[in-house]
Design a binder for this molecule. Structure first.
Ligand SMILES: Nc1ncnc2c1ncn2[C@@H]1O[C@H](COP(=O)(O)OP(=O)(O)OP(=O)(O)O)[C@@H](O)[C@H]1O
Ligand SMILES: [Mg+2]
Length: 468
């Protein structure tokens, strides 16, 4: 946080002061969860569906918060009282962004890979300047201001993950932290239920590049036609990326190969030359993410050797994204069950195929949420994809995912593949089946939407006591 007196915060957000605190200085983290407060914190008391943040003031005090942003005076802390806490939080964030000279704001959006890309980018940029990036996947109207308020007077790079569940959401986030560099990774079908169509999803993502100034830079993945088309939506200079090596892309990859753990090696090509890169992240889809990172880092002034070295040094940061664990008994657990949509399911199955080789592969797959009326068909198509990717054992977990079984069985028959598909009602049933049947040498992928809980099942299998 940039240190601010409470009287300054009052003026920035247009509120009134309650309690004796005009000269109190906020210099600790701004938090919406009192448990995260530290000495010097400002506690933003939001009113949610289930809880009223104003009830947690004592906990904020206990953790060291020195002030609160509220809609009514409270006991125990001096506060700035406003009509609309969210609007005030946005105004405060905007002030922080504008108050730091030379701060480069970078926005990242896309249907899949935002968090993976921001983690990799944060690692690369941290080598050359103080970098603030979201914790985990904080990408909403609350997560973005929380991240922005971590900026200090010496921060050089602010990376903002921008998620959308509807039209206008990303534009709103760009008003909180106006980016100079904006990257769009891909347009998939995540949150199709809310958007209604892929065109609407593309329109929502394009709000990021539409918000860029003329002197800004739009990093667009030209391998995705819906992303490439966004060049028409921005005044900014376009920098194209292509994991397929498309020559029109400014930053591209050729000679992509995968090792036995599905880590990619490729030649990175930029206008400055070529450099070999080997990623520490699992899955071919990370090549596209890495190129986006390379294009952004290049705009931030990094040299090609520094970019290549930084990409190679990246390791999984946020949990349950293609987390690969080798168990002592020779079983490989691949836990990618942070979340799932059809595109990330396909990416994970492709990585599983790459890691399988001669080994037996298991895909333990749960539901993909928010797919709307196409839900059954999308699940069936993922079952079919598993069969095409040579999965030996498919375990389908939970009622919503059940159509995967038929999709897989049918595709396996057509392809003459030997896939065996099993339906189980829940993660516990899957656990019992797996404990009985997985054996040394197997590769087991876990993948589902967050609510299906397979990431925890993956953890149980990873931590399972196994004979040496
Ligand atoms: N470029 C990509 N294309 C397809 N799938 C990807 C890509 N990058 C990452 N993934 C996969 O997508 C899933 C989500 O990755 P990640 O958390 O990085 O995405 P996100 O866009 O931040 O998601 P969310 O919208 O949930 O915040 C993971 O399973 C990951 O392995
Ligand atoms: Mg994310």
């Amino acid at each position: 946080m940039i240190p601010l007196r409470l009287s300054e915060i009052r003026d920035i957000v247009g509120g009134t002061l309650a309690g004796d605190g005009a000269d109190v200085v906020v210099d600790g983290a701004v938090v919406t969860d009192t448990r995260e407060a530290v000495p010097g914190s400002l506690y933003v008391a939001r009113v949610g569906e289930h809880a009223d943040g104003h009830d947690y003031i004592p906990s904020a005090v206990e953790h060291g918060a020195v002030a609160a942003l509220t809609t009514r005076p409270v006991d125990g802390l001096p506060c700035v009282v406003v009509d609309d806490v969210q609007a005030a939080f946005v105004a405060l964030s905007r002030h922080v962004v504008e108050g730091v000279d030379g701060l480069v704001v970078i926005g990242i959006t896309g249907s899949s890979g935002k968090t993976s890309t921001k983690d990799l980018l944060a690692g690369v940029l941290a080598g050359v300047g103080e970098t603030v990036a979201p914790v985990g996947s904080l990408n909403s109207e609350v997560g973005v201001p929380l991240t922005v308020c971590r900026v200090t007077p010496t921060t050089r790079f602010l990376i903002v993950e921008m998620g959308a569940r509807g039209i206008g959401h990303i534009r709103y986030l760009t008003e909180i932290a106006p980016p100079r560099i904006g990257a769009v990774l891909n347009v998939g079908t995540a949150h199709m239920g809310e958007f209604g169509s892929k065109e609407a999803i593309a329109r929502a993502k394009s709000e990021l590049v539409a918000a860029l100034p003329a002197e800004g830079v739009a990093v667009l993945n030209v391998d995705d036609p819906a992303v490439a088309a966004m060049s028409a939506a921005t005044e900014a200079r376009i920098v194209g990326t292509s994991a397929a090596g498309a020559p029109e892309a400014t930053v591209r990859a050729t000679d992509v190969t995968l090792d036995e753990a599905a880590r990619a090696t490729f030649t990175l090509i930029t206008p400055e030359g070529r450099a070999p890169v080997t990623l520490g992240l699992h899955g071919a889809h990370h090549v596209a993410n890495a190129l986006t990172v390379a294009a952004i880092a290049r705009e931030c002034g990094l040299s090609l050797p520094d970019i290549a070295a930084g990409l190679g040094a990246g390791r999984p940061v946020s949990r349950w994204r293609m987390e690969v664990t080798e168990r002592p008994d020779g079983v490989t657990i691949v836990n990618d069950a942070y979340n799932a949509n059809p595109d990330s399911m396909r990416a994970a199955l492709s990585a599983l195929e790459g890691m399988g080789g001669q080994r037996r592969t298991w895909a333990v797959l749960g539901s993909m949420l928010e797919l709307g009326p196409d839900s059954d068909a999308e699940h069936a198509a993922i079952g079919a994809e598993a069969a095409r990717r040579g999965v030996d054992r498919l375990v389908v977990v939970g009622e919503m995912a059940r159509p995967m079984v038929d999709g897989a069985t049918q595709a396996a028959e057509e392809a003459g593949a030997r896939l065996e598909a099993t339906f189980v009602a829940d993660a516990d049933a899957a656990h019992d089946l797996l404990v009985d049947e997985i054996t040394s040498g197997d590769v087991v992928l876990f993948k589902s939407s967050r609510d299906a809980g397979l990431r925890l099942l993956g953890d149980r299998l990873t931590q399972m006591e196994v004979p040496e």
